[in-house]
Design a protein around this ligand. Structure first.
Ligand code: HEC
Ligand code: HEC
Length: 311
């Protein structure tokens, strides 16, 4: 027994010595880590504000964050509520789109909206990072904030200010829960898809995208694109002229990565305004897709190829 112990010890020292004399070759570079998981819900306030009831939790659990994503894009299109006041000048619908005030990246004026100043047809960007705000607050607090009781009135009394609408007047509670689910869980951390560098201050700041697709695989991206997008958007990405503005998929991949990370997977509601103005023929929505975050990154990298996906 003792001998055995000594022998094992000796062997151990021998191995250790051998290893320390000879430096092995460098290992291959590691692969990218997986994305972090979403934060946990904030704790409830002690004063009862933001306290979550069992009914709240049940409504939240039943909600579908991918519908929330489409509501976030264009609530009025998604619920097919387009009053004449809005339709008479379609650009006014931006005063009702979450993304117009909060950005595709949810970061408001400190994110992609940093250079998008207000105009008569476009609201001022909100000064809040909704992505982290929603993850830090309880589902009840987020619900109340989205509902925004007493906020700007709906379109019958139009003023088109940059104040947030009173969504409780336009959306049902269950639609608001879909939005809460989107904000708290479904929405992407856009840092997982590209890097955004900003300088200066809203609305005169500048922004630069880099690292679009974050090390994704172009060959796999093309395979995914061909399997899931080509039938509608075409092999070169030019079959659908988005907004009838000669805006095709290649350009979207290269300049609108913030929008692609959203629409590639959650699609978009019927573009009712463009159906009315004849830009699109028929009720033509983009359906949701089944895609992993990695597949989106892969497609983003494939989409940088201007030969495959011309402007
Ligand atoms: C016309 C502009 C506008 C639209 C459209 C809009 N918001 Fe807002 N929202 C704001 C402003 C402004 C604030 C206040 C931000 C601040 O505290 O500075 C705000 C605040 C919020 C807050 C609370 C954040 C906080 O810090 O208290 C949530 C949640 C929110 N919005 C969600 C939404 C959702 C979801 C939609 C779409 C259904 C939406 N907003 C549409 C302008 C808008
Ligand atoms: C069933 C047909 C269909 C499929 C499949 C499809 N799309 Fe779309 N896509 C559309 C339609 C329709 C539009 C809306 C054009 C509009 O309303 O202006 C659109 C719009 C878009 C937009 C831009 C929206 C905008 O407003 O700027 C992006 C980005 C997009 N699709 C990406 C993709 C990607 C990536 C895939 C594959 C994962 C895909 N689509 C699959 C039909 C489709």
């Amino acid at each position: 027994m003792k001998m055995y112990f000594i022998a094992v010890l000796f062997l151990g020292i021998l191995t250790a010595t051998t290893q320390s004399c000879k430096k092995g070759d460098d290992g291959a570079p590691g692969t990218n880590g997986t994305n972090g998981t979403n934060g946990t819900n904030g704790t409830n306030g002690t004063d009862g504000y933001g306290a979550v009831t069992a009914a709240d939790q049940a409504a939240y659990d039943a909600a579908d964050g991918t519908i929330g994503a489409r509501l976030y894009d264009h609530p009025l299109n998604e619920i097919n509520y387009l009053p004449t006041a809005v339709m008479s000048d379609k650009s006014h619908s931006n005063f009702f789109r979450c993304k117009s005030c909060h950005g595709w990246d949810l970061r408001g004026r400190n994110g992609v909206l940093i250079n998008k100043g207000p105009s008569t047809t476009y609201p001022m960007a909100a000064d809040v990072d909704l992505y982290s705000w929603a993850r830090k607050h309880s589902i009840r607090e987020v619900f109340d904030a989205v509902k925004n009781e007493g906020g700007r009135e709906k379109s019958t009394n139009q003023s088109y200010t940059s104040n947030m609408p009173y969504w409780g007047e336009i959306l049902t509670d269950s639609q608001i829960w879909q939005l809460v689910k989107f904000l708290k869980e479904t929405s992407h951390n856009t840092d997982d898809f590209y890097d955004l560098t900003t300088s200066g201050a809203y609305p005169n700041g500048t922004k630069t995208f880099s690292n679009i697709g974050k090390g994704g695989n172009a060959a796999n991206g093309l395979t995914v694109y061909n399997a899931k997008c080509k039938s509608c958007h075409g092999a070169d990405g030019k079959s659908i002229d988005i907004y009838c503005e000669n805006l095709f998929m290649g350009k979207m991949f290269r300049t609108n990565a913030h929008e692609v990370q959203h629409k590639a997977v959650w699609g978009m509601p019927i573009d009712r305004e463009h159906v009315v103005d004849g830009c699109l023929s028929g009720d033509y929505a983009m359906p949701q897709q089944t895609l992993t975050d990695q597949e989106i990154r892969d497609m983003m990298v494939a989409g940088q190829d201007t030969i495959q996906f011309p402007n």
